[in-house]
Design a protein around this ligand. Structure first.
Ligand SMILES: [Zn+2]
Length: 238
């Protein structure tokens, strides 16, 4: 292949690779993946906080339940003494008052226990809701990962093909011209070489303003390329 055609073909491959890399980094599916990832993180943190809260609530319920049981045993024992006929009559009144006081305490503790059980049930309900949300977010994340992976696979395969093609082309280009192209391309929006004709791919306004006579002169020259005075890109006459 002729050197300048090879350079234009390399430019074509490089531009396509640039487009693919830009597309690879800005897939809408990546936004969906990021959002799902964030939602999973938020869900996991909320669930962990609720689990910790539920654990604390369970401990408090167990403790209170134990205390009610102890109180209950004490009341049963005092009741047995009261009706066992062993208590002296002058102590009966005090014992009855003590039992009454224990019953009041027990009743207050049972009310407290009921409140705690209700609060625990509320936490369990919230945990269930968060688990449902989390499962949804995890499903969205898996789906987005699969979509991104499939698209990246396609893009990477195309980039690999283009790089192979490019590797086959560069051998047709002299080292100084290829070096110049590679040096200037990064500074000119990825375009280091452009055709000068009606289909000029370069956006530099001066390309279009190059005098016809100059283009003709270049066309007749052996070199058939020059650098744009404005943007310094390699201008190729075909
Ligand atoms: Zn230019």
């Amino acid at each position: 292949m002729e050197e300048l055609d090879a350079l234009l073909a390399v430019q074509g491959a490089d531009s396509r690779i640039d487009d693919l890399l830009a597309r690879r980094a800005s897939l809408p599916e990546l936004v969906a993946l990021k959002n799902a990832h964030l939602a999973v993180g938020t869900g996991e943190r909320r669930l962990a906080a609720l689990e910790a809260e539920a654990h604390t609530a369970e401990l408090a319920i167990d403790k209170l339940d134990g205390e009610v049981g102890i109180l209950d045993a004490k009341i049963t024992e005092d009741d047995r003494r009261l009706y066992g006929g062993t208590v002296k009559s002058k102590e009966l009144e005090a014992l009855m008052a003590a039992i009454e006081s224990l019953r009041r305490r027990k009743s207050a503790m049972e009310d407290d226990l009921l409140d705690k059980l209700e609060a625990r049930d509320g936490l369990v309900g919230r945990m269930r809701a968060v688990k449902t949300e989390l499962a949804g977010a995890q499903a969205r994340k898996t789906e987005a990962e699969a979509a991104v992976s499939a698209l990246w696979g396609e893009i990477d395969a195309e980039i690999a093909t283009l790089r192979d093609r490019r590797a086959g082309l560069v051998g047709n280009i002299s080292a100084p011209l290829l070096g110049l192209y590679e040096r200037i391309r990064p500074y000119h929006d990825g375009v280091g070489a452009a055709r000068v004709d009606e289909q000029c791919v370069c956006t530099c306004p001066l390309h279009l303003l190059i005098p016809r006579a100059e283009v003709e002169m270049l066309r007749r020259s052996a070199k058939r390329w020059d650098r744009c005075e404005n943007c310094e890109r390699i201008l190729i006459i075909r």
